[in-house]
Design a protein around this ligand. Structure first.
Ligand SMILES: [Mn+2]
Length: 393
């Protein structure tokens, strides 16, 4: 059986206000081609389908079109897990319709109803229960057990424990009781694994909600994870496929993983780079002339974060030329010698108050300014009650 593992699509994500929907559409087409060429039977999307809990209709449209192409006329099973960026209810709104097309949304642990399943599909669900589905493909079987992203407090409540790690262990162990000798056993989750690197430089980030490898089901043949954006292996069998879009300057080159396995375990793992994913580069230059040279040596399709370290204000016309000739520069920081002050031509969110930030957020989401009433209402509510997950991965 062949599985394509991908995660962190972050559809609708923008880079300094620049839309990346066209790029993401091309990347998704590339993933469809890979699934076809590699004769993939099951596609696993391990969370963070969308960048926002309220994706635009354009973004949702892109997602549904991609699912429909990926499903190979319902013969391929598509398993979608919700991540911390997804709204579980919104993500699974199309569940009754999707199931007929062999698309499964795992947004909670309650057994998924399989009554609407297309039993004629080449790869199809034959059983489901608490946190798992069982899949049949020819005379082979796979069990997919899963733990979608659940906010730490709710997860601990659900597992009846006061320790997050313990909660993850209890729930994922229970879901994985369905693993069987006759099946390829896969566990899917969206979480921060201890020791995981947050970028291609291998930097790690200790957080309160990181999970130790030993708390994930040790009887899984393959553990398919989402949340960290650089592809990596942790422990014996835990894999992050990484994001399909470079979202920050230090993100690794996007890829997907194709896993071949059977009831004896993993037979082969292949990493396939996504060529349509645009690179996000960071360039630091001493002066304007050097900046011009360095940027011109880069691919014009790459996005560039440029810093000029010794900027001479008298040469600001050169900056205008730079911007004109290289529209792919998405961020420009100018440091002058006199005071080492960083000037930026772009909006600096860090310097904004809550009210300004809210206005910017509304413009980003809807494309227009919010009404005064809405801004007032937001400020009255405090506007700070947002359930974040410590990192924005
Ligand atoms: Mn993510």
């Amino acid at each position: 059986m062949k599985i394509l593992h991908t995660s962190d699509w972050h559809l609708g994500a923008k880079l300094e206000g620049v839309s990346r929907l066209n790029e993401q559409e091309k990347t998704l087409d590339e993933i469809v081609r890979i699934a076809d060429e590699e004769l993939v039977d099951i596609v696993i999307i391990a969370g963070d389908v969308f960048n926002s809990k309220t994706p635009s209709s354009e973004t949702e449209d892109l997602f549904f079109k991609a699912l429909s192409k990926l499903s190979d006329n319902s013969n391929r099973l598509i398993f979608v897990l919700s991540g911390n960026h997804d709204d579980p209810l919104r993500l699974s709104a199309s569940r009754p319709l999707a199931q007929k097309y062999n698309i499964v949304f795992a947004t909670g642990l309650d057994p998924i109803s399989i009554s609407q399943t297309n039993f004629n599909a080449k790869t199809r669900i034959i059983d489901s229960g608490f946190g798992f589905i069982k899949v049949k493909h020819g005379d082979e079987y796979a069990v997919i057990s899963y733990l979608p992203f659940i906010a730490p407090n709710s997860l601990m409540e659900l597992a009846k424990t006061e320790d997050y790690n313990e909660g993850v262990k209890l729930l994922s162990t229970k879901a994985s009781e369905a693993f069987n000798d006759d099946s390829f056993n896969i566990f899917v989750s969206h979480l921060f694994l201890k020791g995981g690197a947050v970028n291609q430089n291998g930097e790690t980030l200790g957080t309160a909600n990181e999970v130790s490898v030993q708390n994930l089901p040790n009887n899984a043949h393959y553990i398919a994870l989402g949340h960290l954006h650089s592809a990596q292996k942790i422990g014996n069998n835990c894999y992050y496929s990484g994001s399909i879009t470079e979202l920050r300057t230090k993100d690794a080159r996007p890829q997907v993983s194709v896993i071949t396995g059977d009831k004896t375990g993993v037979l082969d793992i292949k990493s396939i780079k996504l060529k349509n994913a645009v690179r996000v580069r960071e360039i630091v230059a001493d002066n304007v002339a050097l900046a011009y040279k360095l940027v011109s040596e880069e691919d014009k399709n790459d996005y560039i974060y440029l810093t000029i370290k010794h900027f001479d204000a008298l040469k600001s016309t050169f900056v205008r030329e730079l911007r004109r000739d290289f529209p792919n520069i998405v961020s420009l920081k100018l440091v002058t010698d006199r005071d080492q002050e960083i000037e930026s031509e772009f909006v600096d969110f860090k310097k904004m108050g809550l009210k300004e930030l809210f206005v910017e957020f509304c413009k980003y989401q809807t494309g227009s300014e919010p009404s005064e009433e809405l801004v007032d209402l937001f400020m009255k509510c405090g506007g700070e009650d947002y359930d974040s997950f410590e990192t924005d991965d």
